[in-house]
Design a protein. Sequence first.
Lengths: 174, 100
Amino acid sequence: MTVFDAYIIGFYVLSTITVAAAVMVVFSRNPLVSALYLALSFIGSAGLFIFLKAEFLALVQVLIYAGAIVVLFIYVIMLLDLAPERVKGVYGIIAKTFVASLLVLTALLLMFNILDLKSAFPVLDPDYTYTVVLASHLFSTYVVPFELVSIVLMIGIIGAVMLVKKIEKKGDMK
Amino acid sequence: MITPMHFLAVSVLLFTAGSMGVLLRRDALGVFMCIELMLNGVSLAFVTFSRMHQDFSGQVFVLVVLAVAASEAAIGLALMIAYSRSKRNVDLKEMNILKG
C-alpha cells in the first residue's frame, strides 16, 4: 500500500467517525452521551484539519472544543441533573425534520457543485508548518479583530458570572 | 484523490446534522450542542476554502469563530443554570411564559 492510499483511507475513516458522532449527538436521548459524542466529533474534525494542513487549528480545536467547551457542557449537565428526553409522540416531527434536512443537504450540495471543486488541492511544501503564516496574518492584517475577540471573551466571562451569581437583597447586606 | 468537494461534503453533513438537532431536540442543552456542531461544520468549510485558495484569512476566521463559540457556550450555559433555578428543567417546550 502506498502512502497515497493510506491518505485516502485515513480521510474516509476520519470523516465517517466525525459524521457518525455528529448524528449520534442528535439522536442519543441522554444529554451526557450526546456531549461525549460531541467531543468525539470535534476530535474527528480536528483530524480533518490536519489533513488540510491546519495543524494549529487542529490543536486549538482539541484544546478548546473537546477540552474546554465539552467539559463545560458535561459540568452543566451534571449540575442540572437532566433526565433523558421523553420520546413519546414526536415521530411526526422526526419525519418532517428528516425531510427538511434532506432538502437542506441537497440544496447545499448542489450549491457547492456549481463551484469548481473537483480539482485537487494546490501542492504545498510538506516540510513547512503553516502556523508561521497563520501567525503573521493574525498579528498584522487581522490584529484589530484579534484584539476585539479578547474583548468578546472578557464580556463572556463577566456575563457568565453576573448571570449565575445569586443577587443579594438589599436588606441582606452585611 | 481527495478533492475539496470531499471535505465540503463532510462539512455539509455536519451542518445538516446540527440543524436537524436544533429542530429536533427538546432540551435547551441538546439544542446548544447541535449549534456547536453547526459551527464546527462551517469551520471545516472555512479551512477547506482557505487550503484551496492558499489564503490564510479563512483560518484566522476559524479562530474568531472558536473564540465566539467559547464565550457563547459560557453565557448560554450560565443562562441555563439561571433558568433552571426557577423551573427545575431546561425544556424548550415549557419556555412559553411570554406567550399571551
